[in-house]
Design a protein around this ligand. Structure first.
Ligand SMILES: Cc1ncc(COP(=O)(O)O)c(C=O)c1O
Length: 401
């Protein structure tokens, strides 16, 4: 660290920082936001639900109602309020004692990593995967064992061979439904096999499943089996009720609850009682959650269809796209591996459309998946998706010329 920030008494304040507080290299994360993009750039960046799919009126009514009782502004209890944990427990199929309410899925992951990881531990991850989870695990000193995933599934044969060869991950971090970024869903057989490997080789499966509810085609697959002591699920209301709520949960085996609670007790103690109470009130209304989620599913089905159809007709045979069955983004690959997608992105930004390069999802650093990209369709109108796809196609055509 070369920078110094002096206090009036001449101490270099930056020297007060711990190793965790310094700018040491963390794995994962996206590059800095590009400067100088036109204001009307169509951002196919994914990650956020459609504004229209979020229950603003229901939440406004619920917040107003719970705030009529001043007790809602008191401190809450560490694991989360009972009505909310009961609803979540029922959804997850476990006793509410095994549910801890968190400030979203990233916070859930943070608690889990903090409770389990020591510097030097290995976390097995799908490759490609969600870089912000990697960043959190690397903050606790983890390194990564990438396990390739693609439309043909997760390479569990290769992973098992690594285990037999002595690899000893402490955690397998996995996004089972509409994976970020590939949109793929892990088969039931693969889930069962992974639980067997976790029990045999002594690692934990951390299933981060924020897109589970957003299936608009195909058949649902059950999440990882919580009857195993090696399985945790992290989940969130971010993609269904809104990320601004910062409300999620962990469903953990009983033996891990004390450790996770201990970590939480060193932090903020509990999630906002106001938010928990309002969400619990909304969920109490019969069928409300399913109705809200149904609206989102229908919107995302239409939008993904428009984006895929438009890209396929503008660039026939030039892209390999797996048609999403749910979630909020699609993953594509240029059929010609020599196409330079960073160049396509630069041109696309000039034409007024932006997207995420595949390389940001490479757990070994931003070097792989050069011919791939993730395009989000959730929070753009159909008109914008048509225009965005055609601008993308124009940039792509310019780059291969
Ligand atoms: C796989 C995955 N996990 C977690 C999150 C973040 O969830 P939350 O907003 O609840 O922290 C996202 C959001 O992009 C995600 O894609």
């Amino acid at each position: 660290m070369t920078q110094t920030i002096e206090s009036p008494r001449g101490t270099d304040l930056l020297s007060l920082l711990s190793a965790r507080g310094t700018d040491r290299q963390l794995a994962g994360g996206f590059g800095p936001p590009p400067a100088g993009l036109a204001a009307d750039t169509i951002r196919l960046l994914g990650g956020v639900p459609a504004d229209e799919a979020l229950p603003t009126a229901e939440l406004a009514a619920a917040f107003s109602a719970v705030l009529s009782d001043p007790a809602t502004l008191r401190y809450s209890v560490l694991p989360g309020i009972e009505p909310l944990r009961s609803w979540i427990g029922e959804r997850e199929g476990v006793d509410p004692d095994r549910i801890l309410v968190t400030n979203g899925a990233l916070h859930a992951l943070n608690l889990i990593f903090d409770a389990v990881l020591e510097p030097g531990d290995v976390v097995a991850v799908e490759s490609p995967t969600f870089p912000l989870a990697l960043r959190e695990a690397s903050y606790y000193g983890a390194s990564f064992l990438p396990v390739p995933t693609s439309d043909t599934g997760l390479d569990l044969d290769g992973f098992e061979e690594q285990l037999r060869g002595g690899a000893r991950p402490k955690i397998f971090y996995v996004i089972p439904d509409f994976q970020n970024p590939t949109g793929s869903t892990l088969s039931a057989e693969a889930r069962t096999r992974l639980v067997g490997l976790a029990e045999q080789y002594g690692f934990l499966i951390v299933s981060d499943n924020p897109y589970k509810e957003l299936r608009f085609a195909g058949t649902a697959v059950d999440d990882f089996d919580l009857s195993s002591d090696n399985v945790l699920r992290a989940n969130t209301f971010s993609k269904t009720l809104g990320p601004g709520l910062r409300l999620g949960w962990i469903a953990a085996p009983q033996w891990l609850i004390p450790a996770l609670s201990r970590i939480r007790s060193t932090q903020d103690q509990h999630s906002s009682l106001v938010t928990q109470s309002a969400v619990a009130r909304l969920l109490r209304s019969e069928g409300a959650f399913d109705r809200i989620v149904d609206g989102g599913r229908e919107l995302y089905r239409q939008r993904s269809t428009v984006l895929v159809d438009e890209l396929e007709s503008a660039l026939p045979g030039q892209l390999h796209i797996v048609r999403p069955e749910g979630g909020i983004f699609l993953w594509l690959r240029a059929s010609d591996p020599s196409v330079d997608l960073p160049d396509v992105q630069t041109r696309a930004r000039g034409l007024g459309v932006d997207f995420s390069l595949g390389r940001y999802f490479d757990p070994t650093g931003p070097v792989g998946y050069l011919g791939s990209a993730r395009l989000g369709f959730s929070n753009q109108t159909v008109d914008n998706l048509v225009t965005g796809a055609n601008r993308f196609a124009e940039a792509f055509t310019q780059a291969v010329r």
